[in-house]
Design a protein around this ligand. Structure first.
Ligand SMILES: Nc1nc2c(ncn2[C@@H]2O[C@H](COP(=O)(O)OP(=O)(O)OP(=O)(O)O)[C@@H](O)[C@H]2O)c(=O)[nH]1
Length: 386
């Protein structure tokens, strides 16, 4: 064994941080990386779609020990990349011939099915000589959680497979909503502690350690999901040649997840007028609110010295935050939309409705539904917070 691995005196704990779109994974990670337990943690951030923003928006000060995996979801299109990243990491992040990190935290995309990821982490023969799965943490948004669990199978799996559940955004709901959601989560996952984490405030020691992740203690559903992965993996071995040829023939559409959910990134070269932006988002969510699962962006706005970070999560638009400085040289407005059945042309068409400016692509018909809900304006674009 090489010097890098022989320097290890044990297996490196890996924690998986999952949770549905916008439920507070990055906020939690951003708070966690400041804790001493994370001083030598390798952080792997997976973002769906070909443009990642989390890398720019979070974990400032921890960039050296961060791997960004964009262009697909770890649970499906780029699962092999996770294997390769983890296998190489002890060498890639070695210092003076020794593996430097003592913990790994993997932030999944909000759409990730954790079963294939956990299966990969627990069953790969190389990985099991270097790492052990330590904990699976699922963030559940107290505002949108109940509706999300009712509609999105991924969210159910994330909460059911976790061994810690973090209830986020408890500051935005009343006690009855919180109790109802807690009861739903207890039914899904009786064993996992449910911890409140307002704005990511949670003690690192509550999330890490306490024994390796043990699927045997989970519900029958969880065991079935993991077993299904084992069978799928077995079939995959036999189908590999075919699958490989197929992937080459068609390529992966890194922006898609399932038949109709896709990520679209829109960029704007020139600073945007804040009122135009606000009108656009209001119009979009009024027309197609049900289909806009997530909006995440860094904006260059007229009249603002610094960049403005915006987050829309289903019908909640969180208060925009002004950053002191741009996280990189890129000063363009970049907005990532995760939508159901809405493509770039449809998004651009709604933008064209609020601005006289021409938009780059030819517009296409937008299927306007009556009665779309407006965003709950947690933050107007004129009410900045830092
Ligand atoms: N009020 C409130 N807002 C929160 C809390 N936790 C997170 N948020 C806000 O929720 C929005 C989304 O949070 P993120 O941490 O980006 O969520 P995420 O799960 O990483 O999102 P994706 O990676 O897109 O799936 C941001 O505007 C956060 O500031 C909380 O406890 N209270």
């Amino acid at each position: 064994m090489s010097g890098v691995l022989s320097s290890l005196d044990g297996l490196i704990p890996v924690s998986v941080l999952t949770g549905f779109l916008g439920s507070g994974k990055t906020t939690t990670l951003n708070a966690l990386v400041r804790s001493p337990e994370m001083a030598r943690a390798l952080v792997i951030i997976n973002e769906f779609g070909e443009v990642g923003l989390d890398h720019d928006l979070v974990t400032q000060g921890h960039e050296e020990m961060q791997v960004e995996m964009i262009g697909g979801c770890l649970c499906c299109t780029i699962r092999g990349d996770l294997l390769a990243t983890l296998r190489d990491a002890p060498w890639r992040f070695a210092r003076e011939g020794r593996c430097w990190f003592d913990r790994v935290v993997i932030e999944t995309t909000g759409l990730a099915d954790p079963a294939p990821i956990l299966h990969t982490l627990m069953r790969d023969h190389t990985l099991e000589t270097i790492y052990r799965l330590d904990s699976v943490i699922a963030t559940v948004d107290a505002v949108n959680g109940a509706a999300t669990l009712a509609r999105q199978e991924e969210a159910v799996k994330q909460a059911a497979m976790a061994d810690r559940i973090l209830l986020t955004k408890t500051d935005l709901v009343g006690e009855p909503e919180r109790e109802a959601l807690t009861a739903r989560l207890r039914a899904l996952n009786p064993a996992a502690p449910i911890l409140a984490a307002e704005h990511g405030a949670v003690a690192a020691h509550a999330l890490f350690g306490g024994g390796a992740f043990d699927p045997a203690g989970k519900s029958a559903d969880v065991q079935d999901w993991l077993r299904a992965e084992a069978y799928a993996d077995h079939d995959h071995v036999h189908d590999h040649a075919h699958a490989h040829a197929h992937a080459h023939a068609h390529g992966h559409d890194v922006n898609r997840h399932g038949p109709d959910i896709r990520a679209t990134c829109l960029t704007f070269e020139e600073p945007l007028d804040p009122e135009t932006f606000e009108r656009w988002i209001e119009l979009l969510t009024w027309m197609r609110g049900e289909d806009v699962l997530r909006i995440k962006g860094i904006l260059n706005l007229q009249g603002q010295p610094g960049p403005v970070v915006v987050h829309g999560v289903q019908h909640v638009f969180h208060p925009p935050v002004v950053l002191d400085e741009w996280p990189s040289h890129d000063r363009r407005t970049r907005l990532v939309f995760i939508t159901r059945g809405l493509d770039a042309a449809a998004l651009e068409e709604t933008f064209a409705m609020v601005t006289p400016e021409p938009v780059p692509d030819a517009p296409v018909d937008v299927d306007v539904e009556e009665g779309g809900e407006a965003l709950t304006a947690g933050g107007s674009l004129t009410g900045w917070t830092r």
